[in-house]
Design a binder for this molecule. Structure first.
Ligand code: BEZ
Length: 221
């Protein structure tokens, strides 16, 4: 997959949204930000996804994360579509901006093009891409999802991945398979056991493995 990926800085593109025009870096600032794309307005899976994203706004607010959607259709279409989204997911408010990209310039630069999907006039369409951008003005992609048009995303997984990133940044830890908030975490391999005793005074448990290598260490943070 060519283009923007983990570790890259988000390009400072000028974007047009249903909440006004701005440069991406001005929007992101020093915040965690999730930029997520959708194949098109008035399509079934996208309508459910944008509604679910809106329903999860309180979860993202708790984690101090900004949201920015993208669908190629124009701003007028977005404003009409939002009425359907909010009707389908009662109680939700699409409070985040949605980028319009009628010329497909933004999706190329953000690595959000689906090679298999075209609109009725043969123009390219976005995949269901999602970039989680880190804080501290580095505008760096920390994690990306890339789903095809046929597969709607699970917002619990978006929140879980975000929790993992935020946990890893705050403590020198990583999160194991199927981890969720509150579960034990693992100590990064770059931390020696002597360092681990200092960094994790609460203690940690080393799993006894056949190799006798002491690399699987669990702690609670
Ligand atoms: C949808 O959102 O349902 C969708 C959009 C484009 C292609 C297939 C499905």
């Amino acid at each position: 997959m060519p283009g923007l990926t983990i570790g890259d800085s988000v390009p400072n593109l000028q974007v047009q949204t249903n909440q006004g025009n701005f440069k991406l870096h001005d929007f992101i600032g020093d915040n965690w930000t999730i930029i997520f794309s959708h194949p098109g307005d008035f399509t079934p899976v996208c309508t459910t996804e944008l509604g679910k994203m809106a329903a999860y706004v309180p979860e993202f607010d708790k984690r101090e994360v900004k949201l920015l959607g993208l669908s190629c259709d124009d701003v007028k279409s977005h404003n009409e579509w939002i009425k359907d989204i909010e009707a389908y997911t009662p109680g939700c408010k699409v409070s985040y901006p949605i980028i319009a990209d009628p010329n497909r310039e933004i999706i190329k630069q953000l690595n959000m093009v689906d090679p298999d999907e075209k609109d009725s006039s043969g123009k390219q369409l976005p995949s269901r891409a999602l970039h989680i951008v880190g804080p501290d003005h580095q505008v760096q992609v920390k994690l990306s999802f890339l789903y095809p048009a046929s597969t709607g995303r699970n917002m619990d997984e978006v929140v879980r991945a975000l929790d993992s990133l935020q946990k890893a940044l705050k403590h020198k830890v990583a999160t194991p398979a199927n981890w969720k908030q509150g579960d034990p975490v693992v100590i990064s391999p770059s931390v020696s056991s002597d360092q681990a005793k200092e960094t994790f005074p609460q203690g940690f448990e080393t799993v006894d493995l056949p190799s006798k290598k002491e690399y699987l260490r669990f702690t609670n943070v």
